[in-house]
Design a protein around this ligand. Structure first.
Ligand SMILES: C[S@@+](CC[C@H](N)C(=O)[O-])C[C@H]1O[C@@H](n2cnc3c(N)ncnc32)[C@H](O)[C@@H]1O
Length: 284
């Protein structure tokens, strides 16, 4: 991110007088082949999502339990699920998604890497009926919550997370947060590197407009309050919002393999990664 643009975004958010209405995604489940392929390639080392994935991988890796079962809600093409399953062979992972196209990409990668600790379910993550109560040790969800159609389904998702988690279970839910100013959204889109596919820019714009507000997150997290989650957001502009509850057996050390990945980021993306790390803070 261009630092001047980041300052402009912060200024337009801090001075915005009104909030924007939420516009739900039209492609609630990602079925469009072009969008699925563009999204999957955005996560590779040189793609626009690379700094975010590096940041999310480190956050999740530090919060995971030492043993047990982990669910990835809306796992998509497996950008987080596959590397995590490879890094943590003693954990069992379940990737849940409603999009067959996305699941096929994730399954193909899992087969290619010969992972034995991943299974997949084609299910709606706001109704986790095949998953028994108190049976899961950790749940994470990355960049999928804004696909939910309504605030009610966001509330239901948090209730389901609370239901399936074991008493000591931890979680990390992270997504875009709804910005107040239209100008801030446009500045984010303008910051995308030259050559970013149009389909990805449209998806990016729609995702930010479909994001839930910090207040909607705060309310939805009520059923998980007893687990003392930290509500987190990027300072000044709630571009990224999350709720984090590390598992009590989590290892605070970030694996060396993840550190090594950082050096593969281009200079520009390394700055974005650092900005995410330093701006993403606990809020009230
Ligand atoms: C933007 S992608 C994010 C994928 C992945 N979590 C990541 O961070 O790369 C969102 C994914 O959530 C899935 N999804 C959206 N709503 C869902 C729902 N209600 N139940 C299951 N999957 C859903 C979509 O099909 C899509 O694969």
């Amino acid at each position: 991110m261009n630092p001047l643009r980041l300052c402009k975004i912060l200024y337009s958010e801090l001075t915005a007088k009104t909030s924007q209405e939420r516009i739900p995604e039209t492609d609630l489940v990602m079925t469009d082949v072009e969008a699925v392929e563009a999204f999957a390639s955005a996560g590779n080392g040189t793609g626009i999502m690379a700094p975010y994935y590096q940041f999310a991988l480190e956050r999740i890796a530090r919060a995971l339990p030492a043993h047990g079962t982990v669910i990835d809600l809306g796992c998509g093409s497996g950008a987080l699920l596959i590397p995590l399953a490879e890094l943590f062979p003693r954990l069992q992972f379940i990737g849940i998604d409603l999009s067959e196209n996305m699941l096929n990409l994730a399954k193909a990668e899992s087969t290619k890497r010969q992972l034995k600790n991943v299974t997949f379910l084609r299910e709606n993550f706001s109704r986790l009926s095949p998953i028994a109560d108190n049976s899961i040790d950790f749940v994470y969800c990355s960049m999928a919550i804004h696909h939910l159609p309504t605030v009610t389904t966001l509330d239901e998702t948090c209730q389901e997370v609370g239901r399936v988690l074991a008493s000591q279970g931890g979680f990390f839910l992270v997504d875009f947060g709804r910005l107040k100013s239209d100008q801030a959204i446009r500045l984010f889109i303008d910051d995308a590197p030259d050559g970013t596919p149009q389909v990805l820019l449209r998806d990016y714009d729609a995702s930010m407009r479909a994001a839930f507000s910090l207040d909607e997150w705060r309310k939805a997290l009520q059923p998980l309050r007893g687990r003392n989650p930290k509500l987190m957001t990027t300072f000044g502009a709630p571009f990224i919002v999350g709720a984090l509850c590390p598992h009590p057996t989590s290892q605070t050390l970030v694996l060396r393999a993840l550190h090594a990945n950082r050096s593969r980021l281009s200079r520009r993306y390394f700055f974005d990664y650092l900005a995410l790390r330093f701006l993403f803070k606990t809020c009230r």
